[in-house]
Design a protein around this ligand. Sequence first.
Ligand SMILES: [Zn+2]
Length: 373
Amino acid sequence: MSPMATRNPYQLGVSLPNASPFFPTVREWRYATDFEGGFRFIEAKATQAGEKVETQNEYTFNEVATQLLGLVEPIRLMSAQELEEQGLGAGWGIREDLEPSEVVEFLNRFGQIALGDYLRRAQLQRPYTLDKGELTPEQALSILGIRQRYLSKLKKTFKEEPSKWRLMIRKIQSGDLIPFVWIEKDLLDLARCVRILLTLDRNYKDGENYWSLPTNYSRKRRRFLVASELVFVPRGKDEEYRELESFWIVDERKIQAEWQKFAFNLNRFLTPITFNAVRREIGNDNLQKSLGIETWLAYEILKSRASLADKRCEREKCQRQFVGERSTKRYCSDTCSGIERNERKRERDRKKNSSGKSQKKKKAKGKKTNAKT
Ligand SMILES: [Zn+2]
């Protein structure tokens, strides 16, 4: 029915339900906080019963995947200077925080995220307590990603403004308000899933797709280690980065666990499709309202027979990862190809004037980049 780990520890068998073509929902989200900054969320105008929501079908899979990989950078190895400043030993990684305004801009343009995990949303509905399932402040802390030190503020609202409390919970249940921790988690997990899928070998057997990872030490396996964030490399570097040779030797159990997590997340993202394939009682309006880029991207990669290739932008200063459909595509964006074009033109002009000088300059520049890493 959906991705699962098969007998071979590093094979992913996939058989998807035949979903009718669908696109991610786009709504106008805005970022806000409550409980004196303790609760971060995004909110959209509530939809009326039967109201059609807009969908995003303007951007292709490649464009959305590329933008996603640009928004969510993988954990990178901290530089020697950063380590010294933090008083840490070698080998620490760091993940840049997601900037809420950038996230909202991304979601409003390419499609929402984080409403497809039905189990997570159901946590708010489960009758926890004897008074018929009212979510208590204590329970809200972990589900909504609020820090312990804000508990007293939550308790105050719960006690003194019960209608405000219930309205907030109702909005989350109906998908008009999404806790920011859910957004962050799903963006990180989705970017990781996309990166991993791009590193795996796609195979076909009896018309079914399956993906596999080489079990032996290879370049392919190193790509997987970076994509799954089991190994960190400095920003802009890839599996060719061999500075710390011992980093590439990763415990097989850790890889196995990461593989399970990867399959789990794919299933999680596909919930609206797989769930609705068996249970039709959820209306189509409700289904569309929960569809986001996570379901769309995961489904598109898994069902598509098109060969997807990930690349790194060839512009030295950018080196961003992107998804290219054409094998000749060399730059991540029009901006980068434009800059490179101008650069090459300037270089040609310089050569025209004095060919010897420009050669020397080029050499010096190359040295500097090597030394920096
Ligand atoms: Zn670029």
